[in-house]
Structure formats: structure tokens, C-alpha cells
Design a binder for this molecule. Structure first.
Ligand code: GTP
Ligand code: MG
Length: 243
């Protein structure tokens, strides 16, 4: 067992799943990989089951009954990782938007530079490091990150980022039964709660590239949840004014 687990949630990623796993295992630093698949109709899980024969001690698969959202897939993976006492737990997409070669940089930010949470960030140093997204999507994502920072005060530039390394103590502290969001807002909520618990969050500059293969799972309800959810998260728990 290695000290770090990379969790990759998948839904219909048959074009990407084998290549992304091989790319992680090709790195000099050794990581374990857990795929959390939501019973993808395209048979993603079967590809993983085959690959487990090649990497029996490094590759793991959890299959859930049906598509239940990225957030709950990660929570499933976090619990799995905590039970097995991984020191560091990394979130990564299957579609190569996150470059596996950046994994060691996220890991090092935690191990060598003392971060409790290392965020692979598209928007630090006044840069926008996004490749192949149309301008509408870049603006949506960039403004969403800015919106979250202004509303919550969290000192993070890329608050919706999904390429994140958590040290186990952070994940042990978070009460998953109270996590409310399942889409993008899940990523925001995790960073917000980590920050509120007093953990040290560090951003690591990365380049994000739009998926080349497979289909997007973004939709309007994910965006709506993020916009209204952030307000709810910020103002929840404040005393209500007496009428
Ligand atoms: N297990 C599970 N994985 C999911 C679910 N929704 C998305 N994913 C995975 O989460 C990762 C990110 O999802 P994407 O579809 O790439 O979402 P996105 O990055 O916002 O959109 P695109 O890059 O445009 O496709 C990918 O690895 C998906 O396969 C889900 O409901 N369950
Ligand atoms: Mg993607």
C-alpha cells in the first residue's frame, strides 16, 4: 500500500479510464488509485476490473448502484480511504482535464510545504490557465470562483477546482452527513469547511485542459446549486432578525 490514494470518480468514461490509470501508474512517485464508478452503462467498470488483474495491489474499484453525483462519489471514496489509513487523498477527474503529471506537485505541497489541503489552481497569479474551453465557460468558472471568494472570504482563487490533495486529518474532521451539495458546489463546500476548521490551504498552479474524449456531465442544475448554495452556506447559522 502506498501513502497516497488518488480517487477518480467515473461515469461513462470508457474512452479515458484505462489511459488515465496507466498515466498515474507511469509516474515515478507511486500512488494507489480508487475508481468510484456509478454503474456506467458504457461498461467503464469492466475495463477497470480487467486492469486490476495487472495492478492487484495498487488499483481498486467501488461500483455504486446508479448515478448519484460527483460529490457523493467522493464522499464514498473518502470513507474508503480513511478506513484504510491513507495519509493523503487526492481528487482527480478521469477525462485528462487534470494532468496526472501534476500529481507529485500536489502531493509535495502537502508533504514538504506543510499544506493540509493543496488545490490545483487555474486562477492564481492573475492568470487563467484553461485550454480549449469556450469563453462562456471560462467566464462562468472564473466568475464563480471570484463570487465564492467575495461572498465567503475564503483565501482561495480557484474555489471550484476539482484537483485537490487532502491530508487525512482534514477528511477525518469533516462531517459528511452534513455535506449538502453534489455538483460543483461540493468542491466549494469542501474547501470552505476545511478553511473554517482552520486548515492551511495552499494553491499550486496547474493548466486545466478541456476533455478530448467522452461527454460532459455539466448541466444547469449543477450551476444553480452552486450559485444559490454558496449564499446558503455563507449565511446559514447566522441569527435571524426578529420581526
Ligand atoms: N461516479 C460518478 N462520477 C461522476 C459523476 N458525474 C461526473 N463524474 C465524473 O467526475 C469527473 C468530472 O466530470 P466531468 O463530466 O468531466 O465534468 P466537468 O469537468 O464539469 O465537465 P466536462 O469536462 O466538460 O465534461 C469525471 O471523471 C466524470 O466521469 C457521477 O454522478 N458519478
Ligand atoms: Mg471534465
Amino acid at each position: 500500500m502506498n501513502d497516497t490514494l488518488v480517487i477518480i470518480p467515473t461515469y461513462n468514461e470508457k474512452e479515458n479510464v484505462e489511459a488515465i490509470i496507466e498515466a498515474v501508474f507511469a509516474l515515478e512517485k507511486k500512488f494507489d488509485v480508487l475508481i468510484v464508478d456509478d454503474n456506467s452503462p458504457d461498461g467503464t467498470a469492466n475495463i477497470v476490473t480487467e486492469l486490476i488483474k495487472k495492478y492487484p495491489n495498487q488499483l481498486f474499484l467501488e461500483v455504486r448502484k446508479e448515478k448519484a453525483g460527483l460529490g457523493t462519489a467522493y464522499i464514498h471514496g473518502f470513507k474508503w480511504a480513511i478506513d484504510r489509513k491513507y495519509e493523503y487523498i487526492i481528487e482527480m477527474d478521469a477525462d485528462f482535464s487534470h494532468n496526472p503529471e501534476d500529481l507529485p506537485r500536489l502531493y509535495k505541497a502537502c508533504v514538504l510545504e506543510g499544506a493540509d489541503v493543496a488545490v490545483g489552481s487555474r486562477y492564481m497569479n492573475r492568470e487563467i490557465n484553461v485550454v480549449n474551453w469556450d469563453i462562456k465557460r471560462i467566464l462562468l468558472s472564473y466568475l464563480a470562483s471570484k463570487y465564492v471568494r467575495v461572498i465567503t472570504g475564503i483565501p482561495v482563487y480557484d474555489t471550484t477546482a476539482g484537483f485537490v490533495c487532502y491530508s487525512r486529518k482534514v477528511l477525518e474532521k469533516i462531517d459528511y452527513d452534513k455535506i449538502q451539495f453534489i455538483g460543483y458546489a461540493f468542491q466549494i463546500e469542501m474547501k470552505y469547511k476545511s478553511w473554517k476548521h482552520g486548515f492551511n490551504i495552499k494553491e499550486v498552479s496547474i493548466v486545466f485542459t478541456d476533455r478530448v474524449k467522452g461527454a460532459s456531465k455539466m448541466n444547469g442544475s449543477i450551476i444553480k446549486e452552486a450559485i444559490f448554495g454558496v449564499l446558503k452556506m455563507r449565511f446559514k447559522g447566522l441569527p435571524k432578525k426578529n420581526k
